[in-house]
Structures are given as structure tokens and as C-alpha cells.
Design a protein around this ligand. Structure first.
Ligand code: NI
Length: 196
């Protein structure tokens, strides 16, 4: 199967899994990460197919999102075989997607992995990142903010994670975008406190 057809099949597969997610990990998150990964991969001369495919698939099997991650991941590999992605490429995609998650605290070992991690982090900051943070907090029953208690609120998440991300970006292409999105979050927080 041609690469383009394989990517289309992957897109359909991902839509099936994430279409009704309300935690900020919906199909459109996967789409933005896949497209951003492809854009960065072009600039960085990385493998476009591996970067884009891993962008689409990076959240499949995440412990936060799935009750049975092992089964979900095994199903994914069977699916990739069924659309004739070579075992060599499946391995590259697996490695690129494996260490993306912020909570694992890992640095991916391949350039495609670093690119997908950058793309995922870019989607966690800026206007989209702000929207996703409150969606996630709402889905998990958290408060927007609490002005005295040190509990896990959505605003607290900015300090625990979001404001740290720009310094954890690997590629120059993503770094530039991260800086802009970071400033936007700072402006948002100033305004938020003013209104609060
Ligand atoms: Ni993600």
C-alpha cells in the first residue's frame, strides 16, 4: 500500500478510537500533532512517514486514557501490519511514539521521537493548550482555580507543566512556535488573575 493510503487508513483508525474523547485528547489533538510533526520533520530532514504516523498514534496505549493499554497497543500493531506497514517502519513508529508523554519524563532517542514530542508539547501550550487544560480539568472534576488551597486545579497545571514546556523543546522549528505560545499563556494568566 502507498504511504499516503496507509496514512489515510491510520487517520480513520484514530478517529474511531478518539472521536468522543472529552479530556483534550480527541481526534483533533491527534490531527494537529500529526500535521505539526510532519511540518517539523520537513524542516529537520527527518522521516516524514514515521513522524506523521507516530504523531497520529502517539496517545494510543497511554495509561491515562486506556484501561487496557497492552491490548490497545497489540491491536494497533496488528492493524499496522494489516495495512502493510513494514516491520521496520512499525518499529520506528513504535520508538518515536513510545517516550512522547510528559508524565514519563523521558527524552525520545530518535529525531522522529523528538519531533513528535515537540508537536505534542506545542499542542499543550498557547490558546489550544489553555482550552485543553480546562477541558481536561473539567473531565476529571477539578476546579478551575482556588486562591488559597494548594490543590490540583487547572490553573495550577500551568505551573506544574505548561510553563515549563518551552524550555524542554528539542527542535529549533518548534522552539520558535513555543516561545510565541508561551507569551500568550503569560498574558492569559495576567488577565485571569485580574478578573478573578
Ligand atoms: Ni498527545
Amino acid at each position: 500500500m502507498e504511504k499516503e493510503k496507509q496514512l489515510q487508513a491510520i487517520q480513520v483508525y484514530v478517529k474511531e478510537i478518539f472521536h468522543d474523547d472529552a479530556t483534550g485528547h480527541d481526534y483533533f489533538h491527534m490531527k494537529r500533532v500529526a500535521e505539526m510533526a510532519k511540518t517539523i520533520a520537513k524542516q529537520e530532514n527527518a522521516d516524514l512517514f514515521v513522524a506523521e504516523a507516530a504523531g497520529w498514534l502517539h496517545d494510543i496505549g497511554d495509561h491515562k486514557l486506556f484501561d487496557n493499554p497492552t491490548k490497545v497497543i497489540n491491536d494497533l500493531y496488528s492493524f499496522l501490519e494489516s495495512i502493510q506497514v513494514s516491520s521496520d517502519e512499525i518499529e520506528k513508529v513504535r520508538i518515536a511514539a513510545r517516550d512522547v508523554s510528559f508524565s514519563k519524563g523521558k527524552t525520545p532517542t530518535t529525531i522522529e521521537g523528538k519531533i513528535v514530542q515537540d508537536a505534542d508539547r506545542l499542542d499543550a501550550i498557547g490558546a489550544i493548550g489553555i482550552a485543553r487544560t480546562f477541558a481536561y480539568g473539567g473531565a476529571k472534576g477539578q476546579l478551575i482555580f482556588h486562591d488559597s488551597k494548594q490543590e490540583s486545579t487547572s490553573i495550577r497545571h500551568f505551573y506544574d507543566k505548561l510553563l515549563k514546556l518551552k524550555d524542554l523543546i528539542h527542535t529549533a522549528t518548534a522552539k520558535q512556535i513555543a516561545n510565541e505560545r508561551h507569551s500568550f499563556m503569560e498574558t492569559f494568566l495576567e488577565q485571569f488573575y485580574e478578573e478573578w
